[in-house]
Design a protein around this ligand. Structure first.
Ligand SMILES: [Zn+2]
Length: 154
């Protein structure tokens, strides 16, 4: 599987753009979290504290979420940069689970997508079944079950 150079360049432009946005959100959430901590620690007006801890919870979740996306964006960017240098098989846009090529329209919508739709659905189902525990996410290094280069689109 080899993406046209133009597609890889377009994807990297949008990834860099998204990276900037997510880093900005992340920094703002972190800043708010750091400000809220001492207020919660000191205590005080109950209603204020409840509001602050609700906001803090939202910031904590959004920080977690954007941190995960930032890591995926960085991973996608490094795959693209390796692909642009290589003359052989490309690695960007392959599903991390089954190794098949992810649909172009999915990659255009979510340029950091690392799972095809089928595996993403399975992944979400596993998340639900295991009440948040997902064995796939516990594994840091996994070998691809299918050699990259399979031409079937998902
Ligand atoms: Zn897949």
């Amino acid at each position: 599987m080899k993406w046209p150079r133009e597609f890889l360049l377009e994807q990297s432009v949008s990834l860099v753009e998204q990276l900037g946005k997510h880093e900005k959100w992340n920094n703002e959430s972190l800043k708010r979290l750091r400000c809220a901590e001492p207020i919660i620690a000191v205590g005080g007006n109950e209603a204020d504290c409840a509001q602050i801890s609700a906001d803090t919870e939202i910031d904590r979740i959004s920080t977690e979420c954007s941190t995960r996306i930032i890591l995926k964006i960085r991973a996608a960017l490094s795959l693209i940069s390796a692909d642009l240098k290589s003359n052989g098989e490309h690695r960007y846009g392959l599903c991390g689970e089954c190794g098949l090529v992810i649909y172009t329209n999915r990659l255009e919508a979510i340029p950091w997508a690392d799972l095809c739709l089928v595996c993403k659905d399975k992944d979400e189902m596993a998340d639900k079944e295991n009440k948040g525990f997902n064995s796939r996410k516990q594994t840091i290094v996994r070998s691809r079950s299918v050699a990259p280069g399979a031409s079937t689109l998902r």
